[in-house]
Design a binder for this molecule. Structure first.
Ligand code: SF4
Length: 493
C-alpha cells in the first residue's frame, strides 16, 4: 500500500483553506451522526447489540484459523474456490491470473477497501485489462485518479459542479457531448455509461462485508445495487477480501447487519443485502460460471498477535470518521492513505510502519467520540496511543515534543517545582493577554515551542487561578457549608 501520510501537515493545511471542502465536511459531520443517533435511539437493544457484536468479532478473531478453515471447506463444497494471499502483491497476482484464465479484457468492480489497499486496479491495468469501478463514488474518483475521501462515501468531498466537469471530460468518448449539471441527470449519465460496461464485462470483482463460516457464503451490503450486478452478470465472480471478515454463523451475521447500516448511514437497513453461495448451479437461471475467493492477509496476521488486535473487529462503517473533529476539519485525502480518520490512524501504521504513518495517530484530540460510536466498541484512542508510544520509543517524534514531554515528566515527579511552574506560567499568560473585551480575554501569540498553538487560533487567557487553587477553594467552601469536604476529597490525597 503506497501512502503519503508523511505529508499530513502540508495536506491538512491545504484542506483547511478549501472552502468547498469545509462545506461538505460540515454536512457530513452533522448529518451522519444525527441520523445514526436517531436510528440507534429507535432500537432499544442497540447498546446490547454492540456488546454482542464485539463478542462475536472477538470470538471469531480468537479462533480465526478454525473459522477460515470451515469457511474454505464450505466454499469448496458449494462449488467455489479459495485462494490464500499472504501479501498484497500475491493477491494481485492471483486475481490477474484468474482474469487471464477467463481470457478477460473487461473487468468491473464494486467498492472494496481491500482492493484499494492492494491497488489492484493499477496492477490489472498494467496487465492490459480495462477495469471499471461501478459504485458511483468510486467511479468518480477513478476518473479523477484520486484516493477515497471516506471509506463509505469515496467522493463525498466533491460538488455537483466538480462531478459535472469530470463527466464532461471523460464521457465524450462515449458520445456524450452535452455538459450536465443537474444531480439526477449526472447519476443518469453515469448509469448509461456503466450499463454498457456491465454488459460487456468478462469478470466481476467484489469485496465482502462478511464471510460466514457456517455456510461458506459472502455477504454484500450496498445501497446502489451495483455489487449485485457485478457479482451476477459477468461469467466469473472474484471476491477479494481480508481474512478478518469471517463470522461463525448466520445468526452472528444478523447481529452485525443490524448495526452496520445504522452506524454507517443512519439507515435501518441498506437497500441491498445479498448472500452469495457459489457459482451457478444446474437449473439456475443466471449467475457466474465460477466463484473464486481471494483471502488476503497483507499484515493482518501480524495485527492478530499485536496490541492493536482489537482493530481487526472493524466492520468499516465509517462512524468514527463522521464523529472525529480532526477528520471533520481536514477530510480523508489529508491522511494520505485509503484508510482515514480514527480507524485509518490505527490501520495505516499497522499495515505499513509507524515511521511512515506516525503522523496519523498524532492527529487526534483523544476526545473519545470515535470509541463512543464504534458499533464493535474498538478502543480507538487506546490503540492510537499505542502507536504514539511506539513512535516515541523509536525516537521518531519531533525533538520539541520529546523535550516537552521530558520536562513535563520531571515536573510531574516534583510537585513543588510543578506548582512554581504553574504559578509563573499563569503570571506570564496574564501579562500576554490584553485587557478584557466583550469576547473575553485571549492570547494572540504564545512564545517558543508553544507558538504553534496560536498560529491559527487564539488561546483563552487563564481566569481564577490554577486548578489546584480552585480545587482547594471548593473543598474549603464545601467544608464550611456542610461540615464535610466535597465528594472529591479522595482525589486530593
Ligand atoms: S473503527 Fe468502528 S466506527 Fe470506525 S469504521 Fe471501524 S467499526 Fe466503524
Amino acid at each position: 500500500m503506497q501512502i503519503t501520510s508523511d505529508q499530513f501537515h502540508e495536506k491538512s493545511a491545504e484542506a483547511l483553506q478549501d472552502e468547498s471542502l469545509a462545506g461538505a465536511l460540515f454536512v457530513l459531520g452533522k448529518m451522519f451522526p444525527l441520523m445514526r443517533e436517531t436510528v440507534a435511539g429507535q432500537l432499544p437493544e442497540f447498546e446490547a447489540l454492540r456488546d454482542r457484536a464485539r463478542d462475536i468479532r472477538n470470538h471469531a478473531l480468537d479462533h480465526l484459523p478454525d473459522y477460515l478453515d470451515a469457511f474454505e471447506k464450505k466454499v469448496i463444497a458449494n462449488g467455489g474456490r479459495v485462494h490464500w494471499a499472504r501479501t498484497g502483491a500475491e493477491a494481485n497476482r492471483i486475481v490477474a491470473k484468474l482474469c487471464k484464465e477467463a481470457d478477460a479484457r473487461q473487468v468491473i468492480k464494486s467498492k472494496s477497501m481491500v482492493t484499494e489497499e492492494l491497488e489492484l486496479n493499477d496492477h490489472l491495468e498494467a496487465e492490459g485489462l480495462t477495469v471499471t469501478e461501478t459504485d458511483l463514488g468510486e467511479y468518480i474518483i477513478q476518473l479523477r485518479k484520486e484516493k477515497p475521501f471516506h471509506i463509505v462515501g469515496p467522493a463525498l468531498h466533491l460538488s455537483a459542479g466538480q462531478v459535472s466537469d469530470t463527466f464532461y471530460e471523460a464521457h465524450q468518448e462515449h458520445g456524450r457531448s452535452e455538459k450536465v449539471e443537474d444531480k439526477a441527470k449526472l447519476v443518469e449519465e453515469a448509469r448509461i455509461v456503466l450499463r454498457e460496461r456491465f454488459k460487456n464485462a468478462d469478470v466481476g470483482i467484489t469485496g465482502a462485508n462478511f464471510l460466514v463460516a457456517e455456510t461458506g457464503q459472502i455477504a454484500l451490503v450496498t445501497n446502489e445495487g451495483n455489487a449485485d450486478l457485478t457479482a451476477t452478470l459477468p461469467k466469473r465472480h472474484i471476491v477479494v477480501t481480508g481474512i478478518e471478515k469471517v463470522v461463525p454463523t448466520l445468526d452472528d451475521l444478523g447481529v452485525l447487519l443490524r448495526l452496520l447500516p445504522r452506524s454507517a448511514t443512519g439507515q435501518e437497513t441498506s437497500n441491498y443485502v445479498s448472500l452469495y453461495t457459489g457459482p451457478r448451479q444446474d437449473g439456475d437461471g443466471d449467475g457466474p460460471g465460477s466463484f473464486d475467493i481471494v483471502l488476503v492477509d497483507n499484515g493482518r496476521s501480524n495485527m492478530l498477535d499485536s496490541p492493536v488486535k482489537e482493530m481487526l473487529r472493524c466492520i468499516r462503517c465509517g462512524a468514527c470518521l463522521n464523529s472525529c473533529p480532526i477528520y471533520g476539519a481536514v477530510g480523508g485525502q489529508a491522511y494520505g492513505s485509503v484508510y482515514s480518520g480514527p480507524m485509518g490512524s490505527v490501520w495505516t501504521p499497522a499495515l505499513t510502519s509507524v515511521s511512515q504513518a506516525g503522523n496519523l495517530p498524532n492527529a487526534s484530540t483523544f476526545c473519545g467520540k470515535c470509541e463512543e460510536v464504534c458499533p464493535v466498541r474498538i478502543p480507538l484512542p487506546k490503540l492510537m496511543r499505542h502507536w504514539r508510544e511506539k513512535e516515541f520509543e523509536q525516537h521518531l517524534s519531533p525533538t520539541t515534543a520529546r523535550w516537552g514531554l521530558g520536562v513535563w515528566t520531571w515536573l510531574a515527579r516534583h510537585p513543588r517545582s510543578y506548582r512554581l511552574f504553574v504559578r509563573l506560567g499563569l503570571i506570564g499568560m496574564n501579562v500576554m493577554a490584553p485587557a478584557p473585551s466583550q469576547k473575553g480575554r485571549w492570547i494572540a501569540k504564545l512564545p517558543f515551542i508553544a507558538s504553534g498553538w496560536t498560529e491559527s487560533r487564539n488561546l483563552s487567557a487563564p481566569s481564577g487561578g490554577s486548578f489546584l487553587t480552585q480545587y482547594k477553594q471548593a473543598q474549603k467552601a464545601a467544608l464550611e457549608k456542610t461540615g464535610h469536604p466535597s465528594k472529591t476529597e479522595g482525589a486530593s490525597k
